[in-house]
Every structure is written in C-alpha cells, then in structure tokens.
Design a protein around this ligand. Structure first.
Ligand SMILES: [Zn+2]
Length: 85
C-alpha cells in the first residue's frame, strides 16, 4: 500500500459572489476577483477578504491539484506583491 503520489490539493478562493442586490431580486457583485486574506493565517482576519471585506465563504472555492516538486523551484519569490491584492 505504499503511495508515491506526491499530488495534493491546494484550496484557493477565487471571485467574490456576494450578491448585494439579493433582497431586491437583483444581481450586483463587488467585482472582487480573488480572495486575499486580511490577516495572518488562523486569525479571524484571515477569513475576511482584504479587497472587498466579504467573508471567505462568499468566494468561489476551487481545489487545484499540485505536485510536490522539491528540486528547482520555478517560482521567484523575489517580487513582493505591491500593497493591495
Ligand atoms: Zn466581496
């Protein structure tokens, strides 16, 4: 039963689906494209989107299959993201 499968799923939260006009049968979104936590992981703020201030539950949840590759990381981490997400 040995498993050499290094794949795992990364959960991401994409566009915000908070419908601001639900009460009037409309459909108005805030246009937020991807959830970005306000605070550090495992804090209450980490469930709030920094861009639209909605709870993470309003964002579309996707699971991305990723493979663990230990050798030669391609992603450069030398470019800190600019302020807002
Ligand atoms: Zn939102």
């Amino acid at each position: 039963m040995a498993s050499n499968n290094n794949k795992h799923f990364l959960v991401k939260y994409l566009e915000c689906r908070h419908n601001y006009a639900a009460r009037s049968n409309g459909y108005v979104l805030d246009g937020c494209g991807e959830f970005c936590p306000t605070g550090a992981p495992e804090t209450l703020e980490s469930f709030i989107c920094a861009a639209c201030h909605c709870h993470r539950n309003f964002h579309r949840k996707v699971e991305v299959e990723v493979e663990d590759r230990v050798e030669s990381p391609i992603i450069s981490i030398n470019h800190p993201s600019h302020g807002t997400c």
